[in-house]
Design a protein around this ligand. Sequence first.
Ligand code: AAL
Length: 372
Amino acid sequence: MSIGKPSEEELDRLGITNGEYLSAASQRALSWRRLDNSWFGVFEVFDLQGDLAYEEGIVRRDPSAIIRHDDRYFVWYTKSLGPTDGFAGDINNDKVFPWDRSDIWFATSEDGWVWQEQGPAICRGEPGRYDDRSVFTVEVMQHEDRFYLVYQTVRSPYTIRVKNEIGIAHAASPYGPWHKSTEPILKPADNGIWRGDEDNRFQVERKGDFDSHKVHDPCILPYRGQFFLYYKGEQMGEEITFGGRQIRHGVAIADHPLGPYEKSPYNPVSNSGHEICVWPHRDGIASLITTDGPEKNTIQWAPDGINFEIMSVIPGAPHAIGLNRTLADDTDPWTALSWGLTHQYMNDDYQYIRRFQGHRVTSHVAKGEQSL
Ligand code: AAL
C-alpha cells in the first residue's frame, strides 16, 4: 500500500521511530482515517429486579428498544419455556433453539430497574401461517402516535435449512391489540442453491446473497422521510472468516412503516456484526457492531444510513442491545448508549435480560491520577 511520505507531525503522533523504516503495523497506522476518541467508551452490565430477574426454566432474550409512554418504560422480548433439545431428535416435537416455540412478551418499569411482566404481545400464528412455529427477536418503533413491532418468524417445521422471515404488527397503544401482517414484510434472497437434500446449511451449490438463508434482528428507523429497516442476514453456506462467523447487515427501505420494503442495492452495509443496534446520530445513523466478523466490537456511523465507517474500536459490548430510545443527544454518541437492556446466557438453555450502562472514555488514569 502506498501511503506517501509521512509528515514529522504524524510520525510524532504515532511514535514511529524512523520514517524511513516503516513496519507493516506502522504503515497500517498511517493509513487509518484521522479519528478522535469521541466514539470510544466502555460498558458495564447489571441484574434487573422484578419479573425480568433471572428465572430458572424460562428464556427471556433479545430485548427490543425501550420506549416511554404513560410515565413508564416499555420493553418487548422473546419468551420461551424449557430447555433446548437441538436438532438431533424429533424437530416436530422438540424445541430446537432457545428462541424456538417462542412468543413475544412485554414488560413495563418506572425506573428501568424493576420490571413488571405484562403478558404476551405477539403470539405464534395459526398452523400453516408463516409465523406458526416461532415469533422472536422483536424491535419497537413509535411513529406518529402508532406503535410498530417488527420481529423474526419461522414456519414449521423448524429444520436447519428453514428460511427465517420478518413480520410486523401495529397498534394504537403499546398495550395492543396488535394487528399482524398477513405476510412477511421481508424474506431472504432466493438466489442460493442447497446441495443435496440433507438438512445441512453448509452444503451449497451456490451461496447466494449475504441474506440468502435468514433475515434477522429487524429494526426500523424513520429516516429522511422514509423507513429504514436494518437487519442481519445469514447466508446459505456460511463460512468462518478471519474474524469469525460470516455475518453482515443489510437495509431495506420503504415509504410507509408497513412497507413494501425494498432491499438496498448497496447491501450488505456491514461486513461484520450480529444483532442490530442502530440509532440516529447527527444527520446519519450510528451502528454498534458486535460478536461476529473482522469488524466486530466497533461503533460505526454512516452519514447517509448506508455507507458506514468505523468510528471506534471498543473493548466489547453487551449482546442484543435494546437501546433506550428516550435518550438522544446529537453531540455525544455515548448518550444513546448510556443505559438500556441486553441479554446474557446463563447457559445454553436459558438466557435472561439485564441492564447495561455505557460511558465515553477519554483518558486512562491510575487511581488518584489527574487526567489532562
Ligand atoms: C439472536 C438474533 C436472532 C437469532 C438468535 C435469536 O440474538 O441474532 O434471534 O436467530 O440470536
